[in-house]
Design a protein around this ligand. Structure first.
Ligand SMILES: CC(C)(COP(=O)(O)OP(=O)(O)OC[C@H]1O[C@@H](n2cnc3c(N)ncnc32)[C@H](O)[C@@H]1OP(=O)(O)O)[C@@H](O)C(=O)NCCC(=O)NCCSC(=O)/C=C/c1ccc(O)cc1
Length: 403
């Protein structure tokens, strides 16, 4: 057997197994940096019902406006950032009516604006990471907000000045679990490619699914009360290089995906000539609360760690206030356990797959403020169409300990 040098490079006579072993990282994937971005304009939740019915010229539907106001009041949201504003609606009045053809115009705008928003979040993550953008080896871009080919990952790579042989992947239509999916793939890439540095960028804009209210379509009212725009970026890599200033924030210990049986119709998304249609079933909070403990227990069993839910930190996708309430209840947690998720929901709303990265960022901020005292294991959970539940077990890493 030919020896493999200490730097991991295989010699010319090495076996394929030795080459394979040399390609793998030694340690687990870690989160090395996080960045977030939002469009410039935001709307306060108190004013949203008046604003939305005005810009979609729907004042003739006062009952629906009252319903939207009722849901906004119970949403746990203070404000949301959105690309769509009065100027966009002036320029594209057809966006208000989903029975008119508008998909082309939406995709035209989104195919530039969404990668630009992703570039803003990614640039912040790269600056925090401290290494040149050309050291990024893999890019995973997740969005459903208007896709065409060549896909947004190509534009994003060129906006950031990534190297020509960066290995790019776009994920689409994963809805609110896109961030969880992208992070799991980043973990696999980082652990299977020694030295890999994976940029995960998620960006969503409600532009693709923004239209006026319709009698009989309560999904639109619920969506209008909850969804916002944002982008989150994470740099993932194993075996952090101290000399390059890399300081790991979280270790990614385990990741899994679960599909809830008989749930196909519960959350759906589909492109139509008038944008993207979506359906949000009324029992989603109950469905998630009824399935989440099994996912967590299976994940911890897989790695042989006995966990008490009360001792974990939580990065749960805030799909809606009631989802957080029911999950906390199902797991027997205190009302403060999901404070990071609730804060992100309050400040930004539900930004689909991007939201969980904002929650991770908020957790990091909180840990930095208290030196990560007492924290060790945590769970990141994201949900979306399928119904799909993404679970990732995290561990606080060196970069969060001490101030
Ligand atoms: C904040 C909510 C919406 C309301 O709070 P509540 O404590 O349940 O309050 P109420 O029980 O008093 O309900 C208020 C109103 O909301 C209505 N409602 C309550 N969920 C529903 C319901 N899924 N249907 C249709 N009426 C409802 C409910 O019927 C009621 O109507 P009304 O009696 O006329 O006042 C709460 O139910 C909540 O957090 N629900 C979870 C929402 C949810 O499932 N989110 C996860 C899915 S997210 C997703 O699929 C994303 C897709 C997406 C797609 C496109 C994008 O651009 C971005 C994203």
């Amino acid at each position: 057997m030919a020896p493999v040098p200490a730097n991991g490079a295989a010699t010319a006579t090495a076996t394929t197994q030795e080459i394979r072993r040399a390609q793998r990282a030694d340690g687990p994937a870690t989160v090395l940096a996080i960045g977030t971005a939002n469009p410039e304009t935001y709307v306060s939740q108190d004013e949203y019902a008046d604003y939305y019915f005005r810009i979609t010229k729907s004042e003739h539907l006062p009952e629906l406006k009252d319903k939207l106001r009722r849901i906004c009041n119970k949403s746990g949201i203070d404000k949301r950032f959105m690309y769509v504003n009065e100027d966009v609606m002036e320029a594209h009045p057809e966006f208000a009516d989903r029975n008119q053809s508008s998909l082309n115009a939406r995709v035209e705008i989104a195919s530039k604006a969404v990668p630009e928003l992703a570039a803003a979040a990614s640039a912040k993550a790269i600056a925090e990471w401290g290494r040149p953008a050309t050291d990024i080896t893999h890019l995973i871009f997740s969005t459903y907000s208007g896709v065409k080919a060549p896909s947004g990952d190509r534009l994003l790579a060129s906006l950031l000045g990534l190297r020509p042989n960066v290995s790019r992947t776009t994920l689409s239509l994963h809805g609110c679990y896109g961030g969880g999916r992208a992070l799991q793939l980043a973990k696999e890439l980082a652990e299977n490619n020694r030295g890999a540095r994976v940029l995960v960028a998620c960006a969503e804009m409600t532009l693709i699914a923004f239209y006026g209210p319709e009698v009989g379509c309560n999904d639109t009212i619920v969506g209008q009360a909850l969804f916002g725009d944002g982008s989150g970026a994470v740099i993932v890599g194993a075996d952090p290089v101290d000399a390059a200033g890399e300081r790991p924030l979280f270790e990614m210990a385990f990741a899994s995906q679960t599909t809830v049986p008989d749930s196909e119709g519960a959350i759906t998304m589909q492109h139509t000539k008038g944008g993207m249609d979506y359906h949000i079933g009324s029992g989603i909070p109950e469905m998630l609360a009824g399935n989440i403990e099994r996912c967590l227990a299976d994940a911890f069993d897989s790695i042989g760690v006995a966990a008490d839910w009360k001792d974990l930190f939580w990065a749960v996708h805030p799909g809606g206030r009631r989802i957080l309430d029911l999950i906390e209840e199902a797991l027997g947690l205190d009302n403060g356990a999901m404070a990071a998720s609730r804060q992100v929901l309050r400040e930004f709303g539900n930004m689909s797959g991007t939201t969980v990265i904002f929650v991770l960022n908020e957790l990091r901020r909180r840990f930095k403020a208290n030196g990560a005292e007492g924290a060790d294991w945590g769970a990141l959970m994201a949900f979306g169409p399928g119904v799909t539940i993404e679970t990732m077990l995290l561990r606080v890493a060196a970069g969060l300990k001490g101030n």
